[in-house]
Design a binder for this molecule. Structure first.
Ligand SMILES: CC(C)(COP(=O)(O)OP(=O)(O)OC[C@H]1O[C@@H](n2cnc3c(N)ncnc32)[C@H](O)[C@@H]1OP(=O)(O)O)[C@@H](O)C(=O)NCCC(=O)NCCS
Length: 213
């Protein structure tokens, strides 16, 4: 049996939650209206910011789902209708350049860093937190690694490629058209067109459309 005091307490806390619920709903309505009003200006701002930070070509059709990080002066050339997730990071150094085709989708937290050249073909999808870097630090013994020049070789990623989340694509690699790279792979060698690769280092597990085994 609950006492009168306990029941009064329960009723009061229920009333309090009901009032807070109304407040949350009103706030959500206001936020929704605000987000609707600011969607276009925010989109314009993000593309303009990207253009301001890069050399190269950033089309007006670029869609940024959140802030994109670019080391100032990066040589970034994008085809039409690319979509970039929140926290995507682009950097080029020296003669490095990054070229994206049309309709390329780069998901949240992807790092693309070029000291030589990185090309990504039309309609390719890059899963979240993928790293694409075309250079290694110099590693000659007898000197600090951080003080040595980079050793860079271009990376080419074909058209209609799908790279699973968390994958690392290392320098000098070519990934053929229509290939699929499984999540968390490390791509150290060329990937033939139309194959599915997985693992560390990434190896062919089958051709696209074939069953395993
Ligand atoms: C590559 C992928 C598409 C294959 O999917 P699938 O055709 O359903 O393949 P299966 O799950 O049947 O796996 C086939 C074999 O590959 C292996 N495999 C699949 N993904 C793997 C991975 N990431 N690493 C290592 N091996 C993997 C499986 O263990 C299996 O091996 P087995 O036959 O010895 O058991 C899928 O595993 C994958 O990695 N998807 C990426 C998802 C992602 O990152 N999305 C991001 C949004 S863009």
């Amino acid at each position: 049996m609950t006492s009168l005091a306990e029941e009064t307490g329960l009723v009061r806390s229920r009333q309090l939650f009901q009032s807070v619920d109304v407040l949350v709903s009103v706030t959500a309505c206001c936020l929704r209206a605000w987000m609707g009003l600011t969607r276009l200006p925010l989109r314009i701002w993000r593309v303009a910011r990207l253009r301001a930070c890069c050399r190269g070509r950033i089309p007006v059709t670029t869609q940024c789902d959140g802030p994109v990080l670019v080391v100032s002066g990066a040589d970034l050339r994008m085809g039409d209708h690319c979509r970039l997730g929140q926290g995507v990071f682009f950097e080029t150094s020296g003669d490095g350049r990054i070229v994206l085709g049309r309709h390329v989708r780069v998901n949240q937290g992807v790092f693309v860093v070029s000291y030589s050249a990185i090309a990504i073909g039309d309609d390719t999808l890059i899963g979240e937190y993928v790293s694409i870097r075309d250079a290694n630090h110099g590693t000659a013994p007898g000197a600090l690694i951080r003080t040595q020049l980079h050793d860079a070789t271009p990376i080419t990623i074909g058209r209609d490629v799908w790279i699973g989340r968390g994958t690392a694509v290392l320098k000098g690699v070519t990934i053929g058209d229509g290939a699929i790279v499984a999540a968390n792979s490390v791509v150290t060698r060329d990937v033939p067109a139309g194959t599915v690769v997985a693992g560390v280092p990434a190896r062919v597990i089958r051709r696209r459309g074939e069953s395993v085994g």
